[in-house]
Design a binder for this molecule. Structure first.
Ligand code: GTP
Ligand code: MG
Length: 407
């Protein structure tokens, strides 16, 4: 479980004022003493992440944060900002507040924010051993309240049970091949081993797909694009699906029979992580990019850049060739604020393999809100190299959508 990729785990964020008992609660929930507890406000500084298996919720990252009222100095504000960022990516929030004292204005404001975000959230009233004051018993209407005495651990079992009930509400990622293959089928994977491939390893989307093929009781063959024809000819049975790295799309498409179902890892993961329909629809808006247009390439992780880096070299080159030459490119790892976002004419997202679906969907909804078209690497490369609609054939809805938007 500890090796479950971070993006596959749910994130449970423990949030509240300083000294509200967040770290004590974390320890009780994990049945360890992993987080430092003290009566000094501001004990927890950086967010502390613990991995644990939580019954029906599966693998969970439990994040103990710094108090969100730590605004005394610049350092405190930086801590609060870090905790805030964790809150943004939370799947479940435990809003921790002392049950024996009335809510502060900051807590009232937070309750309102959480309510608007419509996230699964529980209010944990700590210090239940000191009694619950009237104001707290009516605080944060709409959120279930759990009374906890961190000293004795009383109430933790109620909290465990309440958390388990969230398991149906959580937006889960589908597996890479969900609904695409059936038990017993043969899948062919094409994974180039070029300069950007990590030494002696496979990249995460490939590993996850391989695991999913095994889970779905299918069989597979894995080859490089160089050996593709050799490998394909040697197969006794035609693969029900071929999935290739998007960078080798053209060669792979050309080497296979026209009626062979083919897609890319990036498209498979665009569907798993994001909004494939939006990504496809946005391609139709490429022709509206004006002269001197500003294009934002939005990556989700920092990686070592090679000479032919996809985000800084391949995508801009292809864009200038296929869409228009007179555009400028910017690369960011964090999505800008709405104000800044509106300065861009088109956004190209990475595959998002290192972030959760919730994070990617947050980007997508910001783009939609601001009416900025956006697609992702795999779709853009497939479009640019003329492989659409072929690479969408395994996805009938998006395939039809592609045909309905004019290019
Ligand atoms: N009586 C009582 N004391 C508690 C309870 N929960 C926490 N405490 C005490 O409150 C103090 C602060 O607890 P922490 O768990 O460190 O609080 P925190 O919210 O993590 O604090 P920061 O990291 O500083 O933001 C410690 O002295 C704890 O022993 C509780 O339910 N009852
Ligand atoms: Mg703490």
């Amino acid at each position: 479980m500890l090796t479950t990729p971070k993006a596959e785990r749910l994130t449970l964020v423990i949030y509240g004022l300083r000294n509200s008992g967040k770290s004590s609660l974390t320890n009780n929930l994990l049945r360890t003493s992993a987080s430092i507890v003290s009566d000094r406000p501001g004990t927890t500084t950086d967010p502390v992440v613990h991995a644990m298996e939580m019954g029906p919720l599966g693998p969970v990252s439990v994040v103990d944060t710094a108090g969100f009222d730590d605004l005394d100095d610049e350092l405190g504000s930086m801590r609060v900002e870090r905790s805030e960022r964790k809150l943004e990516t939370a799947d479940i929030v435990l809003f921790v507040t002392r049950g024996d004292v009335p809510p502060t204005a900051q807590e009232e404001a937070l309750a309102e924010r959480l309510r608007r975000r419509n996230l699964p959230c529980l209010t944990v009233l700590t210090f239940a051993d000191s009694g619950i004051c009237d104001e707290k018993s009516v605080f944060a209407p709409g959120f279930r309240k759990i009374l906890v005495d961190n000293r004795s651990g009383h109430g933790i079992e109620d909290l465990d049970m309440a958390l388990q009930r969230f398991s149906d509400k959580i937006e889960r990622e589908i597996t890479p091949l969900e609904g695409l293959v059936q038990a017993g089928e043969m899948i062919l994977l094409v994974t180039p081993i070029d300069a950007s491939a990590p030494k002696a390893r496979m990249i995460l989307p490939q590993v996850e797909t391989i695991r999913d093929i095994l889970d779905k009781d299918c069989v597979m063959t894995v080859t490089t694009e160089k050996r593709l024809s050799h490998c394909y000819d040697a197969l006794k049975e035609r693969p029900s699906l071929v999935i290739t790295d998007s960078q080798a799309f053209s060669e792979v498409g050309a080497a296979l029979p026209e009626d062979q179902l083919l897609t890319s890892f990036s498209i498979v993961f665009a569907r798993k992580k994001g909004d494939l329909g939006f990504f496809v629809e946005s391609l139709g808006k490429l022709k509206e990019v004006p002269p001197g247009g500003r294009i934002l390439v939005l990556e989700a992780c920092k990686h070592h850049r090679m000479n032919d880096d996809i985000g800084t070299v391949k995508i801009p080159n292809l864009f200038r060739k296929k869409v228009r030459p007179d555009v400028s490119f910017e690369l960011k790892q964090e999505i800008p604020s709405s104000n800044e976002l509106r300065n861009y004419d088109f956004v190209i997202n990475c595959a998002g393999c290192m972030v959760t679906r919730r994070e990617m969907m947050k980007r997508v909804s910001l783009l939609k809100e601001n009416k900025i078209p956006g697609t992702n690497y795999g779709l853009f490369l497939a479009w640019g190299k003329g492989l659409l609609p072929r690479a969408l054939e395994p996805f009938p809805v998006e395939h039809a959508l592609y045909r309905s938007v004019s290019f």
